[in-house]
Design a protein around this ligand. Structure first.
Ligand code: AQP
Length: 347
């Protein structure tokens, strides 16, 4: 069956958004909104899979929304909302908890990393996180999901869940009038560009992440210009000059990371950056990178701060987005209830 193209993606309000979130996902979000119907979510249900202070969570939901808008997402064009306002996510996630297999979830590397050694003490929500992610996407029958490279495995699981639901309920799906037994699309990951995995500024082998304790490991979208410049200048590097081509980046994770960041922020490729800076020392490259980071990220931080002065307006945008999201998800969820065999009143 041919599905209408629709984009869905989200970020967790577990802290301030950082350069990895921006380059890995948000730049594509902004691009896709020019050509597609887009739904962008602040995934607060995902956030509470690890402990969140309630007052800080409320603040972070508004801050992430402000960062979305400041970075270029248009709440008139795209649907922006926080996940907990649309109950279809949680309802469909329960159905998917009963579709996904334990063995599938046991293979998820992010759970292993986040649960660490104390697995027995991890929340059930953290374990079932990928099922909720599948529900986020499929509650809207979204076909495209722009994400960073770290979400590839979860997206494959979303496709497996969609496929198994389509197979398990094939007869009911056909009886409901859906062509060829396809109720859910198999959502496609959109993982493209020179910075699909931005690494920590302190360790080129670790992902830049909100939960990394060292503030120097990441550039936050809330950092002021001096802080951005300081973090770039103190970023870990190696003693060699930059290579002349991308082959020369192999085995040099910190150099590769900084070149990738420069390429993504300047809208070019790593090879273009090396054509300009190959053979030069980091002492020359870093100031250019710091200037670029400040030029691109400084205005976003300023605008986000301005938006945060009016939290009531942010809440209004989220409520409006949630209404529009609910209107898309409600008939899809009603069909799911019919297909599964629940008794309910159609909206
Ligand atoms: N370092 C990264 N490079 C490229 N893309 C990244 N993303 C996250 N980190 C990088 C992408 O940003 C989107 C939102 O991510 P998230 O907020 O749902 O959580 P995450 O992937 O778990 O990000 P963090 O920063 O590492 O958060 P914590 O520390 O709370 O777990 C996703 O599309 C992700 O791929």
């Amino acid at each position: 069956m041919k599905f209408q193209e629709r984009v869905f993606s989200g970020m967790q309000p577990t802290g301030s958004l950082h350069l990895g979130n921006y380059l890995g996902a948000m730049l594509k979000w902004i691009d896709l909104q020019k050509t597609h119907e887009c739904i962008y979510c602040v995934v607060d249900l995902h956030a509470i899979t690890v402990w969140q202070d309630p007052a800080e969570l409320r603040q972070a939901i508004r801050q992430v929304t402000a960062a979305y808008i400041a970075a270029g997402l248009d709440p008139e064009k795209s649907i922006l909302f926080n996940q907990s306002q649309v109950s279809a996510h949680a309802e469909l996630a329960w159905v998917f908890n009963c579709v996904a297999r334990l063995g599938w979830l046991n293979r998820m590397t992010q759970f292993k990393e986040k649960a660490g050694k104390d697995r027995e003490n991890a929340s059930v929500g953290l374990y079932a996180y990928p099922n909720l992610m599948a529900a986020d996407i499929l509650a809207y029958r979204a076909t495209h999901v722009p994400v960073g490279d770290d979400q590839k495995q979860h997206l494959e699981l979303s496709r497996d869940i969609a496929q198994k639901f389509n197979n398990d309920f094939c007869a009911q799906i056909e009886a409901a009038g859906y062509d060829g037994g396809d109720f859910f699309p198999l959502p496609e990951p959109v993982i493209t560009g020179p910075a699909t995995r931005v690494m920590s500024l302190r360790d080129g082998t670790r992902k830049m992440s909100k939960s990394e304790p060292s503030e120097m490991s990441r550039i936050n979208l809330t950092d002021d210009n001096d802080t951005i410049a300081k973090k770039v200048k103190k970023a870990k590097t190696d003693p060699e000059p930059l290579p002349a081509d991308t082959k020369g980046l192999s085995g040099r994770p910190e150099a590769e990371n900084l070149v990738g960041i420069f390429a993504a922020l300047s809208g070019s490729q790593k090879a273009d950056v090396l054509a300009e800076f190959g053979g030069r020392q980091f002492s020359e490259f870093k100031p250019a990178l710091a200037d670029l980071c400040v030029a691109r990220l400084g205005p976003i931080a300023d605008e986000a701060r301005r938006l945060m002065d009016d939290p009531a307006e942010i809440d209004r945008i989220l409520v409006d987005g949630a209404d529009r999201a609910r209107a898309i998800a409600a008939p899809i969820l009603a069909d799911v209830k019919d297909i599964v065999g629940f008794v309910h009143a159609r909206p």
